[in-house]
Ligand binder design. Structure first.
Ligand code: P6P
Length: 331
């Protein structure tokens, strides 16, 4: 690991903002507020087994999924960290069907935040790592209070993206377009400390692939051909947690490929384009990897609805190119 100095995420974000001469601190404030929210969510996630907070919250979210209480908590924490800072025109979340306006009593700003407050929440009860994902855009609508148009921008227009993985330690990983940087939370001082500067996806000796192979029979011929080819290699192994942030974080640090393709039951795949695939795609590309929907960059898709799904193949550039070749010609 590179030699690192004692740098907090707040200091790093300010230094990153200095690359934008016309920046006025809004960018730093938003990312710093996200880091604060991550600390609060981390505390609750790490106590989930101790508080009567784990388990079903008794209602379903817009995805029709049973909502865990921690989902609701994480949504509220991020909302309350962001609704009053005066830098956002609006927000969008996996947990909310429509865009989230900034309350009239608070000023608005030039940025738009899209996020999945707690992805993989079905893993909470079994103590498997889960995560928060976010992407940041400049508003384009010209409206003081943002619109759906602001939230449906192509992923290439993201100015920053990041995730938090609540695992054996809590890490926040972000990019502002100049590399990918990882910070580990030291709960004893409540600070995210730079632990993984300038992360690059390694072309590892062992090829790790990560997918739910129970769906093999539902995949298209091209995906099956890709996996059949991987299985014949000596230097290949499989890892699948079933928690998107965890599987992508491992892929970012160890190399390999994660994929959730379309299949006969999910014609567009399962993962969400706006607040899951696009932020992770920006991070992976900034780290030298690739993120494809099977026939091109995920980031170049233009969303048509807030909760639309996309197939996702993300990881080492070589492996993503290999699977795209296997899929060539498939619709
Ligand atoms: P499957 C978790 O529910 C999630 O949304 C992602 O975090 C994860 O990658 C995927 O679903 C797992 O889906 O079909 O393999 O259980």
């Amino acid at each position: 690991m590179n030699e690192t100095h004692l740098v907090t995420i707040d200091r790093h974000i300010i230094d990153e903002e200095r690359r934008f001469p016309d920046a006025r601190g809004a960018f730093s404030n938003i990312l710093t507020d996200m880091a604060l929210a991550a600390k609060v969510i981390s505390r609750e996630v790490n106590m989930a087994g101790l508080l009567d907070i784990v388990g079903q919250a008794g209602h379903r979210n817009v995805q029709g999924e049973q909502v865990q209480k921690l989902d609701v908590f994480a949504q509220n924490v991020i909302y309350r960290a962001m609704d009053h800072n005066g830098h956002l025109a609006c927000m969008a979340s996996e947990e909310v069907e429509d865009i989230i306006p900034i309350p009239e009593k608070f000023p608005t700003g030039d940025y738009v935040l899209v996020f999945d407050p707690l992805d993989g929440s079905s893993n909470i009860d079994v103590n498997v790592s889960i995560g928060t994902i976010f992407g940041l855009y400049r508003k384009v609508s010209g409206q003081a209070r943002g619109t759906l148009e602001d939230c449906l921008q192509s992923g290439v227009r993201q100015i920053a993206a990041g995730y938090v993985v609540y695992g054996s330690s809590t890490m926040m990983v972000y990019t502002a377009g100049a590399g990918v940087h990882g910070f580990t939370l030291d709960p004893s001082i409540g600070e995210f400390i730079l632990s993984h500067p300038d992360i690059r996806v390694p072309e590892a000796e062992i090829t790790l692939y990560s997918t739910n192979e129970a769906y093999y029979h539902r995949w298209t011929p091209g995906v099956r051909a890709f996996v059949d080819g991987l299985r014949t290699r000596e230097d290949c192994s499989a890892r699948y947690v079933g928690s998107l942030v965890t599987d992508v974080h491992r892929t970012l640090l160890r190399g390999g490929i994660f994929f959730y393709p379309r299949d006969s039951r999910s014609p567009d795949g399962k993962l969400r384009l706006v607040y899951e695939a696009n932020p992770l795609a920006m991070i992976m590309e900034q780290a030298g990897g690739r993120a494809s929907h099977g026939a091109g960059r995920v980031l170049e898709l233009t969303p048509t609805s807030l909760h639309q799904r996309t197939p996702l193949f993300i990881g080492s550039a070589r492996l993503v190119e290999e699977v795209e070749a296997c899929l060539a010609g498939e619709s």
